[in-house]
Design a binder for this molecule. Structure first.
Ligand code: FAD
Length: 436
């Protein structure tokens, strides 16, 4: 058989693909990084926060080099009804210094930066090129990819599929026979709103490079989902993430949900006067650990959203860190397999071991019940009202009537929102088990 053109072809220059290509190129192996967009990041959408600690293993002093907008020093969770809002607001000044916790970064900047690291290390970036299918040997081993360029087949010993949610390469390789179902896929829509830096500082109580990460529950009518608001230097990212099934069933348009959120009394003052600069939308795999495909085949690995390695539920909207970790470990396992001269499923099995020993599979497994809980009818439709009413009852001063006890408020709220005490208890236990 003819020598392959490259040791490795990586499909998709998102965080997973660039991390994989960087790791392979650093080991002195030839690697092509194919991207369908005209440049890395051109096609990509996310909310805006990167939890970057996995970069400790990949890029020295990454915090001095990443194109950061703001460092997240405030993390808040808001539970809302149409006219109430309860916020748990946490600040840590420590997060404003190295090694940091989270950062807001524009997606186009992030992807371009990550890909440039891979290119500096020796990867060949092939933009404006779509991988249209897999090349296979007679025994089914993956031997490269077809592309939409004339004479554009690229042969390789290993293909790393980092082609994002709904990976047709993973499906074609037989690793994801059913693919991600609409029931395990969400749609995220987001607006980038321009606002002067000083106004953002004042409205959000931050200064310098400090920033806020706000996750929101109860803002998507009867569609299971949630919302977010993040601060960049002179812009905000505001969006909602909603399950595809629920969205289709409701007949509501995602931009209506986003408009609702921006008009909510707790959010409207934060976005007042801001100018819409961009509207974008993208799918997210939200099923978690139990919906992941097989990760390894003969001559192929799958990483990042392509392997449903994403946490999109309630307190969390994390995918970039999982993609970076998985891409890096895919790159490492590939380099070891190439050195051992065995790029079969068995030769590449180190990938699974590396993922198992890291946060990638540990966190996804630990939190595997969270999507089911957070997107359940009660958490979405009943608990926001119950919690808001409970707190309103505690804060409201109804003199001359004496203050009601918490248990009475809880019972009253449960009755009003149709929550049975045994369900409350069962969900509390489920929550404990899910987050514990
Ligand atoms: C609205 C929204 C908000 C989000 N917010 C956050 C957040 O704040 N923080 C966070 O950590 N995560 C967030 N996520 C999730 C995060 O964006 C993803 O988990 C992450 O981008 C996954 O990275 P990836 O490299 O696996 O895939 P992607 O980033 O999707 O990259 C895939 C790449 O492959 C390319 N590609 C696809 N098919 C082909 C092909 N056939 N040929 C060539 N190239 C191809 C694409 O153009 C793309 O560049 C959010 C997602 C959405 C949609």
């Amino acid at each position: 058989m003819a020598e392959p053109l490259f040791d490795v072809v990586v499909v998709g220059a998102g965080p997973a693909g660039s991390a994989a290509a960087l790791e392979v190129a650093r080991a002195g192996r030839s690697v092509a990084l194919i991207e369908r967009g005209p440049f890395p990041g051109a096609k990509n959408v996310y909310g805006g926060v990167v939890y970057g600690r996995i970069l400790d293993e990949l890029v020295e002093n990454w915090w001095d080099r990443m194109p950061v907008q703001r460092w997240v020093t405030r993390r808040s969770t808001m539970v809302m009804t149409a006219d109430q809002a309860l916020t748990v607001d946490f600040r840590a000044q420590e997060w404003g210094g190295a090694p940091y916790n989270g950062a807001t970064v524009h997606r186009a900047d992030l992807d371009a930066w990550l890909a440039s690291l891979a290119v500096e290390a020796g990867a060949v970036l092939v933009p404006s090129t779509v991988a249209t299918g897999l090349l296979r040997a007679a025994d089914g081993t993956v031997t490269g990819v077809r592309t939409d360029r004339p004479d554009g087949d690229l042969t390789a010993s290993v293909v790393i599929a980092c082609d994002g949610v709904n990976s047709f390469l993973a499906k074609e390789a037989g690793l994801y026979p059913s693919g991600p179902t609409p029931g395990h896929t969400a749609l995220g829509v987001k607006e980038t709103l321009a606002l002067p830096r000083g106004v953002i500082d004042e409205r959000f109580g931050v200064s310098g490079r400090e920033g806020l990460d706000l996750e929101i529950l109860g803002c998507t009518r009867d569609v299971p989902g949630g919302g977010f608001l993040y601060t960049q230097l002179d812009s905000l990212s505001v969006g909602v993430v909603v399950g595809l099934y629920g969205l289709a069933k409701s007949g509501v348009r995602p931009e209506e949900l986003l408009a609702d959120l921006k008009a909510h009394p707790a959010i409207a003052p934060l976005v007042r006067g801001a100018e819409v600069k961009e509207y974008s939308a993208h799918l997210i795999p939200e099923g978690g650990y139990d919906t992941m495909p097989e990760l390894i085949g003969d001559g192929i690995l799958v990483a990042g959203d392509a392997a449903a390695m994403c946490l999109a539920a309630g307190l969390w909207l994390e995918g970039v860190n999982f993609a970076l970790g998985a891409g890096m470990y895919a790159g490492r396992a590939t380099v070891a397999a190439l050195a051992a001269g065995d790029t079969s499923r068995r030769g590449l099995s180190d990938y699974r071991r590396l993922l198992e020993n890291s946060f990638v599979l540990a966190d996804l497994r630990k939190l595997r019940r969270v999507p089911g809980l957070v997107f359940s009818q009660r958490v979405q439709q009943q608990y926001p009202g119950l919690v808001c009413d409970l707190v309103q009852g505690m804060f409201q001063v109804d003199n001359p009537r004496p203050k009601p006890g918490v248990l009475r408020l809880l019972r009253r709220g449960a009755r009003k929102h149709g929550v049975k005490p045994r369900h409350l208890l069962a969900d509390a236990l489920k929550g404990w088990r899910s987050f514990g």
